[in-house]
Design a protein around this ligand. Sequence first.
Ligand code: SAM
Ligand code: DTB
Ligand code: SF4
Length: 336
Amino acid sequence: MNRQPMKSPAIRHDWRLEEVRALFALPFMDLMVQAQQVHRQFHAPNEVQVSTLLSIKTGACPEDCAYCPQSIRYDTGLANEELMEVQDVAARAHSAKSAGATRFCMGAAYRSPKPKDLRKIIAMIHEVKALGMESCATLGMLTPEQALELKSAGLDYYNHNLDTSPDYYEKIISTRTYQDRLDTLQNVRDAGMNVCCGGIVGMGETPADRAELLQILATLPEHPQSVPINQLVQVQGTPLAGSAPLDAFDFVRTIAVARILMPRSHVRLSAGRSEMSDEMQALCFLAGANSIFYGEKLLTTGNPDTGHDQRLFQRLGIVPEPLREDSRDLRRQGIA
Ligand code: SAM
Ligand code: DTB
Ligand code: SF4
């Protein structure tokens, strides 16, 4: 048989909602094959990027995100913790590196960071960079000046999620608008940082909401370099505890459509892995997920233990993506 090399499809920023909905409506097997084909044209098929999360400031958040155990408005029994000390964060980053993570993500339960806190967080970023790891932070809304400060401190990625569609968003969060989120993303992009932006599925949204979220992500001026797809972790005391569980295939479909729409991005199989079988995670990798959070805790909730993840990688022939010298500034290479 004459095998022609496959032509790389163009990176599109003009996806129409009907096209995205049509992808969601494909028979599952057709969608999976298409997603895997796209995946192989842009990524090493058996490599998965490994990030470790640390909550550097926990709980007592003034926002009202209905999914979040850290909001001060919900009684979830969570112990609040002040901003951590720089040396303690450095030690945790060191352990994460020793365990095999290449990116260290620091999360803080803020609406937006205060100047004094930002100075301390900048010292944390320096420590992470000194270890030779990629750095990521998620601190809430940023002004253009704050984004520039973080960029000059060496921050590689900023995580700020759109979470869901604009309509459904209004049922989930009232204390900041969708436009606020888009503005922060623009400030991060303008500062020259890589964007990590995705959403949560399983909050009671419709397939149309999921399609719209992905369509908005895929029509941003640049595709986010990382796209975390979280499955809602239901936490007692939050308004979303008791939501109807999502059909596992609908979660996998969301990963596959994200892969097709944003071929060069890392799509992260993010929160919710503790509730997933190994087989479901394998389907997510087949659908094009190529990043995970690794380590026994996400921010405040559980994640699979590292030994289990290592065995899963072995069983599937997956290897952790090495930190490539040129992988830290994807935007300068013009591949986003
Ligand atoms: N406070 C900052 C903010 O909201 O921008 C940063 C931390 S916040 C916890 C980061 C993201 O975690 C949220 O945008 C949301 O997508 C995700 N998240 C929070 N709680 C979650 C849950 N229970 N299940 C799944 N994802 C969750
Ligand atoms: C993202 O999209 N998911 C992560 C990270 N970005 C910061 C957070 C998941 C949090 C899950 C609930 C918790 O552990 O508190
Ligand atoms: Fe606060 Fe972030 Fe949780 Fe919303 S998601 S309540 S902003 S910590």
